[in-house]
Write a protein that binds this ligand. Structure first.
Ligand code: ZN
Length: 355
């Protein structure tokens, strides 16, 4: 593959301005198309590069994920290309990791559009859509719901209405890869860096390949240089779209858990957030409290019980994820304290220590 200009990968004037001091240091910009521990594949204006990611740069911890923009120190005859700095992430899709540990995992950085992919071949599951939308809003990107397999659904308008109730304030597009329905509208609706979220079987790969116009998601192999003249074959998880924009598809995006999505939930359930401002108590949990405006809205059919139940369920899930994060931070603090105690003891016992 020949080198494309970085603007094809989402580089813009603001980034260019931000990059001036790095450029003055002899660094070049690149975007991460695939990240591993301590290594990443990048695209640069000169073509693909494989670079080392040191654990730290000065006092900052360095870790890259697909979609990051970095300042790269190019390879020399003796040294491999090295990531010197990860540029500020404008947005980040984060989930609690599949192993159910408490670390939030950044799945994709600098995403503009998060597409929630929902198959019309199956019954609509609003709670699942709301969970994905909470994650999408929390990322800072603009969510969009794409309904796939319209040709396999008997009552599209009913399904669409069910989805619309769960996707308040979000555009919903009906598509079918089989008939081509909605695919042009989809191309128009996407902008910038795009990720597709959704369970397996929702039709994400088919949709992705239609957007790419070829089977790149299945065959995204490229040859990259590791800076020492060796060439390796690697998978790209970030590819430019023929009509502009970039598609990110990482394996991590295939499962979704909530991680610290307070704001995302507020946006997903914007009508509840607004109603809650009229609750008598500021910390109202909308369960049995007197003067609860949210419960009153359910009583008068201005809010469905289903929406409220889903909101509560996702809030509990989010609170659980947050409590695990707190537990991890406490455990890390304990380890740090223990380590410090041991270090102090070792120093005191050393022959060079004078009291
Ligand atoms: Zn309330």
């Amino acid at each position: 593959m020949g080198a494309l200009p970085l603007t094809d990968y989402g580089w813009d004037a603001d980034r260019d301005l931000q990059f001036a001091p790095f450029r003055a240091d002899g660094l070049i910009p690149g975007r991460v198309v695939r990240a591993e521990r301590g290594l990443c594949e990048l695209v640069t204006a000169a073509g693909p590069v494989r670079a080392v990611v040191p654990a730290h740069s000065g006092k900052d911890r360095l870790a890259t994920c697909t979609g990051d923009w970095v300042a790269l120190r190019p390879s020399t005859t003796s040294d491999a290309a090295t990531v010197a700095e990860v540029l500020e992430r404008r947005t980040a899709v984060v989930r609690s990791s599949a192993s159910r540990t408490s670390h939030g995992q950044v799945l994709a950085a600098n995403v503009d559009t998060v597409v929630v992919v929902v198959s019309l071949a199956d019954p609509v599951r609003p709670g699942r859509i709301e969970r994905m939308l909470a994650l999408a809003w929390e990322s800072g990107a603009t969510p969009l719901v794409i309904l796939t397999k319209a040709d396999e659904c008997e009552d599209v308008s009913r399904a669409e209405a069910e989805v619309a109730e769960a996707a308040l304030g979000v555009d919903v597009l009906v598509t079918s890869a089989a008939t081509g329905e909605g695919l042009d509208a989809l191309t128009d609706a996407l902008f910038g860096t795009v990720v597709l979220l959704g369970p397996s079987g929702a039709g994400k790969s088919t949709l992705g390949n239609r957007l790419l116009g070829e089977d790149l998601l299945a065959t995204g192999a490229v040859r990259t240089s590791d800076g020492k003249g060796r060439h390796t074959t690697a998978w790209r998880e970030l590819v430019p779209l023929p009509h502009g924009g970039v598609l990110i598809d990482t394996p991590g995006l295939r499962g979704v858990g909530l991680h610290d999505v307070d704001e995302g939930l507020d946006q997903t359930f914007a009508e509840i957030t607004e109603l809650a401002q009229d609750c008598r108590f500021a910390d109202c949990a909308h369960i049995t409290e007197p003067g609860c405006a949210v419960l009153a809205a359910v009583e008068t059919d201005r809010l469905t019980q289903r929406r409220l139940d889903s909101y509560r369920r996702l809030q509990r899930e989010n609170a659980y994820a947050a409590s695990r994060t707190d537990a991890r931070l406490r455990a890390e603090q304990r380890r740090h304290d223990k380590h410090l105690t041991r270090t102090i003891r070792a120093v005191k016992n050393s022959p060079n220590f004078k009291q």
